[in-house]
Design a protein around this ligand. Structure first.
Ligand SMILES: Nc1nc2c(c(=O)[nH]1)N[C@H]1C(S)=C(S)[C@@H](COP(=O)(O)O)O[C@H]1N2
Ligand SMILES: [Mo]
Length: 313
């Protein structure tokens, strides 16, 4: 039974990781027990997803985001906070509003854990009933379900590149295999490529052609000293758990990584601004049209953190 419960990712095993522009060097991870202890605030509000009875008031038990941020500290130039969900959904709220209103990470509704199908176990809620103005500024789509990460401001680029051996060894604490972490300075020294086409990121990007600049995936792999054998596959992982599902990884054939300019984007728009967290930055995977035919149902990946070159099964 214990083993079964441990495997259950609905809530006993759920973690909230907070990263970005906070004093802590590594992401701060709160397990469900810690979250539960912090969740002492009750917010009574209607909920936009209850279409059968939109006026019904629910009692949510949760943690005001401002309380979490107060504990961690926030760097002075931060303007917004991005909530990232299991399915790579994201919602961004201004820091000012988080300080002004009890916008909260809810763990319970009417005294019960919130089920996965209802948006739990961690659900971003807005006190609509007490502050109706929030309905206009943060409509339904801001109520993020199954929140897994909070990104304060935007993170710095930290891309781990390795082969199966090094990624495995890293996980077990040994790391003498070729494996490197690339930052923006390293990426900026590689040849830069630019594309201008409609992007495949599902949310938060302009419709129509968008300019992206970054480096070729193969150049980033080469810069890490990792070999890319003809028969290998490249697995790309982003922060949201859906991008880390071992049963459904994003796999790119080595041949395509060599032949198409599959790209890691670091900047966007006509003025080539860094990609902020509210757009899934600082690093995103772009599949230019010339490569996309082969990856029709692959999503362009936001919050890219890890590249692993694997032997083809
Ligand atoms: N994690 C996650 N949260 C999400 C979404 C999503 O796709 N994933 N959709 C949003 C949008 S666009 C809306 S309108 C509501 C949808 O809620 P409903 O499916 O209950 O109508 O949830 C929001 N929260
Ligand atoms: Mo929506």
């Amino acid at each position: 039974m214990v083993a079964v419960h441990k495997k259950d990712d609905r809530w006993q095993n759920w973690e909230l990781a907070i990263s970005g522009q906070i004093p802590a060097k590594e992401p701060v991870r709160l397990d469900f027990e810690k979250l539960n202890a912090l969740a002492t605030t009750i917010v009574k509000t209607q909920e936009p997803h209850h279409t059968s009875n939109p006026k019904a008031i629910f009692s949510f038990r949760g943690i005001p985001v401002a309380k979490l941020l107060d504990q961690l500290g926030v760097k002075s130039d931060v303007k917004e906070v991005t909530f990232v969900s299991y399915d790579a959904y994201r919602a961004t709220v201004s820091l000012e509003d988080l300080k002004r209103y009890p916008i909260a990470i809810a763990l319970e509704r009417d005294g019960r854990p919130i089920s996965r199908s209802e948006g739990g176990p961690l659900y971003l809620i807005f006190p609509y009933t007490d502050y109706p103005e929030l309905q206009i500024k943060y409509p339904d789509r801001f109520w993020a379900f199954y929140v897994t990460n909070i990104v304060v401001g935007t993170e710095q680029i930290k891309l781990g590149v390795g082969d199966s051996a090094s990624v495995g060894q890293k996980a077990s604490g040994k790391s003498d295999q070729p494996s490197r972490t690339l930052d923006i300075n390293t990426l900026d020294k590689l040849p830069q490529v630019t594309i201008e086409e409609p992007v495949g990121y599902p949310i938060g990007w302009p419709i129509g052609k968008v300019k992206l600049q970054g480096v070729r995936l193969r150049d980033a792999i080469a810069a890490s000293g990792v070999a890319l054998p003809e028969s290998s596959v490249v697995v790309v992982r982003g922060k949201p758990p859906v991008y880390r599902d071992p049963l459904n990884p994003t796999r790119l054939a080595a041949k395509d990584v060599r032949d198409c300019d599959i790209m890691l984007a670091t900047r966007w728009g006509s003025d080539l601004q860094p990609i902020p967290a509210h757009m899934g930055g600082p690093l995103t995977l772009a599949l230019p049209a010339s490569c996309q035919a082969r990856y029709d149902n692959q999503r362009w990946i936001t919050f890219v953190e890890e590249i692993e070159v694997m032997d083809s099964p």
